[in-house]
Design a binder for this molecule. Structure first.
Ligand SMILES: Cc1ncc(COP(=O)(O)O)c(C=O)c1O
Length: 413
């Protein structure tokens, strides 16, 4: 038999981003994989310089909180560095069980399950609860892990344009003909745009068509609603949301993910979700930290922290808009910790990122496929621990950089 003439690695030498990547690396313009040399505080050390951190998801600023660090340390001392196996066999400790129980209480659901990452929570839930013959309807701006779970499930995927509920309705109507179960899945707060899903109307449409609803609360849990239980709580629709996903990698200052819902669904995931069963459990320190952070969120201190992060976001948003930046406005008027600045062109976004970085502010750059083509943006985000003086320092830098940037590269949108 003749050997194959196609090298499976060929794509690594000829993919569409290769030239862009090479040029960005040569000019030291790559905004990714930058080295952090200190904790994710409001001001950080990065690559030898101090920079205002506007590119972290440490929304409540708890990663350096002594109680959260003690939670991690105690777990490390008690259980060691790793659990070396899956939750099923040898990776479940009492901290997992406490965490699952307390998450369910927090979310007001019958049960909850903890995964090693948020990505696995989405993939392991969607890939399990959906199957060939079912239909999944997803917002086009949903997180990549949602799309991955949908693709893994081999259910029929019916995407709708971001927050266009007329399109969602159409998809629900079409799904009735598909013949299987129907699940709608949306982000509560969209990770790049920072806007919210209009959940009351989504609930109405979903229920009206007999479908189930899952909300990814990754950026909303620990931030929105009186208990910080997310967008579902903020909009008063918790009882109508069938599954709520969250992660420990943002407000909860650790790493891991969860799904909260009815006991029957969660228990099914416990014995069927491959991303839960066939991977090692979170390290004890991650579970201990998440549990300590959750206890702070659920204490009297929680609402104070939610208010602080949201007021910092409103302050930054107003400041950037006053400077003439094109800040994404959410039609709902809901403030979230994510404040995106629209730039449009990929290279322009990268050049602006570099100018800000050199001047002492770190932000995230989102280009296609994280956002639609031509929709490049600088994603800024704040923490409850950002005070006005630090935000003013960042705004002063934005002001200076904007003026020199526009002289060199033309007006920003
Ligand atoms: C909306 C959303 N869902 C899920 C995830 C995945 O969570 P994790 O980072 O914990 O894997 C993220 C984080 O990047 C996210 O932004």
């Amino acid at each position: 038999m003749a050997p194959t003439t196609v090298d499976v690695f060929e794509k690594t030498r000829s993919h569409e981003r290769l030239e862009q990547l090479r040029a960005a690396r040569e000019a030291d313009l790559l905004p990714y994989f930058r080295r952090l040399e200190s904790p994710a505080a409001p001001v950080v050390e990065m690559e030898g310089a101090e920079r205002v951190m506007l590119g972290s998801n440490n929304y409540l600023g708890l990663t350096g909180d002594p109680r959260v660090m003690a939670g991690a340390r105690d777990a490390l001392e008690r259980y060691g560095t790793g659990l070396t196996g899956s939750r099923l066999l040898n990776g479940t400790i009492d901290l997992h069980l406490d965490l699952e129980r307390e998450i369910a209480e927090w979310m007001g659901t019958e049960d909850a399950i903890v995964f090693t990452t948020g990505h696995q929570a989405n993939v392991g839930t969607l890939g399990t609860i959906l199957g060939p013959g079912d239909t999944v309807i997803a917002d086009s701006a949903d997180h990549a892990s949602i799309l991955d779970g949908c693709l893994l499930s081999r259910a029929k995927l019916r995407p709708f344009k971001h927050n266009r509920l007329d399109r969602l309705e159409k998809m629900l109507e079409r799904s009735a003909e598909d013949g299987g179960g129907v699940l709608v899945v949306v982000d509560g707060v969209f990770s790049m745009e920072g806007d919210v899903a209009p959940l009351p109307r989504i609930v109405e449409l979903t229920k009206g068509h007999g479908a189930r609803l899952m909300v990814d609360e990754a950026h909303a849990a620990g931030v929105l609603g009186p208990r910080g239980a997310g967008a579902s709580e903020l909009f008063g629709v918790e009882a109508d949301v069938d599954l709520r996903m969250g992660t420990f990698s943002k407000s909860l200052a650790s790493c891991g993910g969860f799904i909260a819902g009815s006991h029957e669904v969660i228990d099914f995931l416990r014995i069927s979700s491959r991303a839960f069963l066939f991977t090692a459990s979170n390290v004890p320190a991650a579970v201990g930290a998440a549990l300590a952070a959750l206890r702070i969120v659920r204490s009297d201190e929680g609402p104070e922290l939610f208010a602080r992060v949201l007021s910092a976001a409103a302050y930054l948003k107003r400041g950037l808009a006053d400077l003439g930046f094109n800040v994404v406005e959410d039609a709902s008027g809901v403030t979230t910790p994510v404040v995106p600045v629209v730039v449009g062109d990929d290279w322009k976004a990268v050049l602006l990122w570099r100018a800000l970085y050199d001047a002492g502010v770190y932000v995230n750059v989102a280009i296609h496929p994280a956002v639609p083509p031509g929709g490049a943006l600088l994603r800024t985000s704040v923490m409850a621990t950002h005070d006005e003086a630090t935000l003013d320092r960042a705004l002063e830098i934005f002001k200076r950089v904007k003026s020199t940037f526009e002289t060199e590269h033309g007006r920003l949108p």
